[in-house]
Design a protein around this ligand. Structure first.
Ligand code: FPP
Length: 279
C-alpha cells in the first residue's frame, strides 16, 4: 500500500481513492474475468483482435497496482477451454499476444520479484506457447512478491474433474482406493490453485453477470464486483474503485455479521422463537 501511495500525487483522483482503502483489509487474492475486448474493438470499427491487443495494457497496469498495494495473488482469466470455439485467426492472435506479453514482461517480473504461474490444461497449448510459458514460470519461480496466475486453457469444471482424477490415480497407486473418502480439503489441495487462498474479490468487466466457468470451487464466498468498463479501458482507478466497494461489503460466510448491532435479537424474534419451540 505504501508503494502505491508513493507513486501517487495528493490531489489526484487515485490518491483520494487510495486514501479510502484500509490496508489492513485488502483482499489477499483478486481474480479477474477480463471481458469486453471484442466490444471495445467493435465500437471503434476495428477487428476483434485489436481489442485483445488493447487488453495487454490493463494487464500490465493491474499487475503493477496489485504489486504496489501488497495483494498476494492475482488470477487473470486469459483463455478458457471454450475459447477454442472462436475463429482460428482470433485464437492464433491470442497465442501470439500471450507470447509477446511473456517476452515483454519477463524483465519487469524479475525486477519486481513477481512469480508467474499458469492454471489450466497446459498440455493442450501449442508447443511453442507452452515452452515459452514454462520458461517464464521457471525464471520467476524463486520470486516472492505478488503471485500472478494466468488461467489459460482453463475451465472450472475441467479443473474439478482433473482434481478428482488425480485423487483417484493417487489412491489407485498407493492402494487406498477401496477406503477412499473425499472431503473439501482433499479436493481443494488437488486443484490447480492448491497453493493459493480462495479469491476474496472476483471482478468482471463489461457488465456481464456471469461466472463463465471460472474458479467454480474457489469463489464460493468471493465478493463479486461487476463493472460496465470494457477490459481495454480498465484503469488503476477502476481497480481502486473495486477495492473501495469491496471494503464496504459485510462478509458473513453464511454466519452473522462480525459487528453485531445492539439489540440484534428483538422482542418480536423472541416471541417467534418461543412459538416455534412450543409448536
Ligand atoms: C474476453 O473478451 C477476453 C478474452 C477471451 C481474452 C483475454 C485476453 C487479453 C486481455 C489479452 C492479453 C492477455 C494476456 C494475459 C497476454 P471478449 O473477446 O469475449 O470480448 P466480447 O465479450 O466483447 O466479445
Amino acid at each position: 500500500m505504501k508503494a502505491l501511495l508513493e507513486s501517487l500525487q495528493p490531489g489526484q483522483k487515485d490518491w483520494d481513492l487510495a486514501q479510502a482503502i484500509d490496508p489492513a483489509r485488502l483482499p489477499a487474492h483478486i481474480a479477474i474475468i477480463m471481458d469486453g475486448n471484442g466490444r471495445w474493438a467493435g465500437r471503434r470499427r476495428l477487428p476483434r483482435v485489436a481489442g485483445h491487443k488493447a487488453g495487454i495494457g490493463p494487464v500490465r497496469s493491474t499487475v503493477e497496482t496489485c504489486a504496489r498495494l501488497g495483494v498476494k495473488v492475482l488470477t487473470l482469466y486469459a483463455f478458457s477451454i471454450e475459447n477454442w470455439k472462436r475463429p482460428r485467426h482470433e485464437v492464433e492472435t491470442l497465442w501470439r499476444l500471450l507470447r509477446f506479453y511473456l517476452k515483454q514482461e519477463l524483465p519487469d517480473l524479475k525486477k519486481n520479484d513477481i512469480p508467474l504461474q499458469a492454471i489450466g490444461r497446459l498440455e493442450a497449448l501449442p508447443p511453442q506457447v507452452r515452452r515459452e510459458l514454462e520458461s517464464v514460470i521457471d525464471a520467476t519461480s524463486n520470486n516472492r512478491g505478488l503471485l500472478v496466475n494466468l488461467a489459460i486453457n482453463y475451465s472450472g469444471r475441467a479443473e474439478i474433474v482433473d482434481a478428482l482424477n488425480s485423487i483417484l490415480e493417487m489412491a489407485r497407486l498407493d492402494g487406498s482406493i477401496g477406503s477412499l473418502k473425499l472431503d473439501e480439503d482433499t479436493l481443494s489441495t488437488a486443484l490447480y490453485t492448491a497453493s493459493c487462498p480462495d479469491p476474496d474479490l472476483l471482478i468482471r468487466t463489461s457488465g456481464e453477470m456471469r461466472i463463465s466457468n471460472f474458479l467454480l470451487w474457489q469463489i464460493a464466498y468471493s465478493e463479486l464486483y461487476v463493472t460496465e468498463t470494457l477490459w481495454p479501458d480498465f484503469t488503476r482507478t477502476d481497480l481502486l474503485q473495486a477495492l473501495v466497494e469491496y471494503q464496504k461489503r459485510d462478509r458473513r460466510y453464511g454466519g452473522l455479521s462480525a459487528a453485531p448491532v445492539s439489540g440484534a435479537v428483538k422482542d418480536g424474534d423472541e416471541t417467534l422463537i418461543e412459538a416455534l419451540r412450543s409448536s
